[in-house]
Design a protein around this ligand. Sequence first.
Ligand code: GDP
Length: 289
Amino acid sequence: MAIQWFPGHMNAAKKKAAEQMADVDVVIEVVDARLPEASTNPLVEELRKFRAKPCLKVLNKIDLADPDATAAWVRYFEQDDAVTAYAMTTKKPADVARVIDKARALAPHRGVPTKPLRLMIMGIPNVGKSTLMNALLKRRVAKVGDEPAVTKTQQKIYLDKNTAIIDTPGLLWPKIAMPSDGLALAASHAIGANALIEEEVAEWLAGELLRRYPQLLAARYGFKTAEMDAIAVVEGLAQKRGYRIRGGDWDYEKASHMLLQDYRSGALGRISLETPETRAAALAAFTEA
Ligand code: GDP
């Protein structure tokens, strides 16, 4: 057995992930293209650097993200020589089809039956890992014969005789660097469905939309956004749609839910909640405070 060395501060879960990564050729890290940094777990980068593994950074769900912001993120991530950034959506089979070729280019010494390309798909919940995995498996052409017993400790799924996906290590949760990361994640994924939280998240999202995409608010709801603040956006939506609670007041709860729905479904347009520039500015402001 090879001697393992880990820094003293590495906890057990981390060590396990680092161990699993030892036998991987390329790490496929999936993030949400609308919020690529907020939807990241820094452990992936830490471990792949520790293991000196190349990374295919998949910016998934580009069907929902702002194309200009996505292009800026791709340029940003590719400043790292070990990273190929790939913007895609699992909704397009042609996009899925390119994933393996992109990964293979990062490990040209692998990808033959005696040395299959070994991939590991990592990322926080809800970024589309299972959807990607299922789409890759659907494309699988050849059934693969029995696995030798030595691979028992590590589950491998062969896509073809030259390519294997190593079972993903335990769940990676996002590391919330700033409170706005939590809000961006809650707005983008259907987590925290409780109404109180929805109102808070919707108000935050309304503020971001006013700042970043006022024209999309104007186009969908006919708002004159110059005169509005975040609460006015939620209230305006209730007015436009006639959402009232008993007694006649505006139904903020329903309006909040609808705003989030319209963002999540893409009905509002293609929206990114961070760019490399706004991320850097937010981090700087946060660390100063
Ligand atoms: P996982 O937790 O990372 O495995 O994420 P899932 O594969 O379960 O996907 C989370 C949600 O995102 C599901 O509702 C998927 O249908 C959706 N999803 C995955 N990929 C895409 C994509 O490219 N575009 C859009 N719009 N939704 C996607």
